[in-house]
Ligand binder design. Structure first.
Ligand code: PMP
Length: 288
């Protein structure tokens, strides 16, 4: 496996960063999760825009341009001879001292990892996922905005740990106001009486997949409403699904022991899954 590290393409064994890297010491940095389908990178530009926006928010100056980052991503995929893969660009604050002051970190670390990857949830796309609403709240936008895709994923990991203990395939977050936020690594949707409801992107990450799915829903004739929701809306939904680069479109059929709809993936979710696959089957930035 070949990794891009600070301008060089190196074997995995040589792709090492310092223990003084603030990405490690403080989670100080940003990242993206991107997929390529059949040698075409899906929504590359949108992912790069989000990564550079995340970096800007934490005042991290990415030392290479978006074009250079795009080229590093393509070249990493080529050097690993990949077609269907998951791509992880990372920019950390770089090496500093043991204090947290970013001014002590003059040179950011830039990494691109690409690995072969298929469906994340296996047979659960047919059966549906079991989800647990977790007691840990999504980071509030006035503390660490969920729209910053930072290396600090501990909030999400705590949610995942809670879901794991309670036997859920995925965690569902509420925010500190009790509003539905998102999954541990995906956006969430509620379908009621044929209308697709989605939380506004204040208490969740503005998913690249979310935008694709909402555009598809509109083009398929669904009414889409961005709206704050509580757990009542979740439990009484006809259908619930989540989306993300890794998860793609995944149905949720049980939440906290309650069956959603008839406890099987519903017709709107199935339609969105098919429509999404049709897009990933044909779109994307060619690598080869
Ligand atoms: N929310 C969180 C917390 C995530 O980590 C992700 C995955 N990047 C998403 C939502 C979905 O975003 P996207 O569709 O851009 O992958």
């Amino acid at each position: 496996m070949i990794i891009y590290l600070n301008g060089a393409y190196v074997p995995k064994e040589e792709a090492k960063v310092s223990v003084f890297d603030h990405g490690l010491l403080y989670g100080d940095g940003v990242f993206e999760g991107i997929r390529a389908y059949s040698g075409r990178i899906f929504r590359l530009e949108e992912h790069l825009d989000r990564m550079y926006d995340s970096a800007k928010t934490i005042d991290l100056k990415v030392p290479i341009s978006k074009e250079e980052m795009a080229e590093a991503i393509k070249e990493t995929i080529r050097r690993n001879n990949l077609k269907d893969c998951y791509i992880r660009p990372i920019v950390t604050r770089g090496n500093g001292d043991l204090g947290l002051d970013p001014r002590k970190c003059p040179v950011p670390t830039v990494i691109v990892i690409a690995v072969e990857w298929g469906a994340m949830y296996g047979d659960l796309y047919e059966k549906g996922l079991t989800a647990i609403t977790v007691s840990v709240r999504r980071n509030s936008a006035d503390a660490l905005p969920p729209n910053v895709k930072s290396l600090n994923y501990l909030n999400n990991i705590l949610a995942k740990i809670e879901a794991n203990y309670k036997g859920g395939d995925e965690a569902i977050f509420f925010d500190t106001n009790g509003y539905l936020a998102e999954g541990s690594g995906d956006n969430i949707y509620v379908i009621k009486n044929g209308v697709l409801f989605v939380p506004p992107t204040v208490n969740n990450l503005r998913g690249v997949t979310r935008l694709v799915v909402l555009e598809l829903a509109v083009s398929l004739g669904f009414t889409v409403k961005e709206q704050n929701m509580g757990y009542f809306d979740l439990y009484t939904a006809d259908e619930v699904f989540v989306t993300g680069t890794a998860a793609e479109v995944a149905p949720i059929v049980t939440i906290d022991g309650r069956s959603i709809g008839n406890g099987r993936p519903g017709p709107v979710t199935s339609q969105m899954m098919k429509a999404f696959t049709a897009v990933t089957d044909k779109e994307g930035t060619p690598v080869y």
